[in-house]
Design a protein around this ligand. Sequence first.
Ligand code: ZN
Length: 260
Amino acid sequence: MKKTILAMSAAALLMTGCGGSEAEAPAPKKAIAPAEHAEAAHHEKHWNYEENGPAHWDEFSKTCGTGHTQSPINIIPGKSVEMNHQYDLSMHEDVHTSASVIDNGHSIKVTPKTGGEITLHGEKFKLLQFHFHGKSEHTVDGKRYDMVVHMVHQNPKTKQLAVVAVFFKEGKADPILDKVINNVGGEIEVDPQDLLPKDTAHYYHYIGSLTTPPCSENVQWYLLKEPVEASKEQIEAFRKYYVDNERPVQELYDRHVESN
Ligand SMILES: [Zn+2]
């Protein structure tokens, strides 16, 4: 991370809608300007990817240290098991909407006014937000992709989260990434469907956690197998904001990774 370390906002925590900061949970404000934000939390200790990095996150939420279903993980394709159809994913993200783009101190986060949704076993999960990491957090056979977008969804009834990860590899320019990078602190028009690869029918699935404090568990993860592309310039432009905002991979313990 190259930017000044910013404090975590209620908004950042609230990406999750579950768990959250007991200590400072003011009524969620709109995007808080980073300067104001840093000032407000001047004296408090906050998690980050540097001196208060992943090895210290249990000081912010115990689950980060003791949880046995944490994310990200390394995926070993040869060790995955056949997909349980109960977890089949169907995606309906084709909604043209305006969206706010903020730098929340840990990532660049895009919050659409009207989200699309995914369906798992008849249950709908609404798209809350999507955000980017300067390298992928999950690895496949130990390999990190050049970037990743995490599309965070929530079941409005049960509050369970489901995150769809789309990997980026270096190649041609991505249509959404330029808009995002060029409008941090502003608004964009976006169709989240444009983040997806052609093939959304093949993925890895497992049950994990948020990859940032509070590291809440029981998150349904879907990692699409087909990556999308971003140009070298776009990857570099994003990494001017964040390059090392990824948590190391966590123990699998007795979990299985499913694949189709
Ligand atoms: Zn993420």
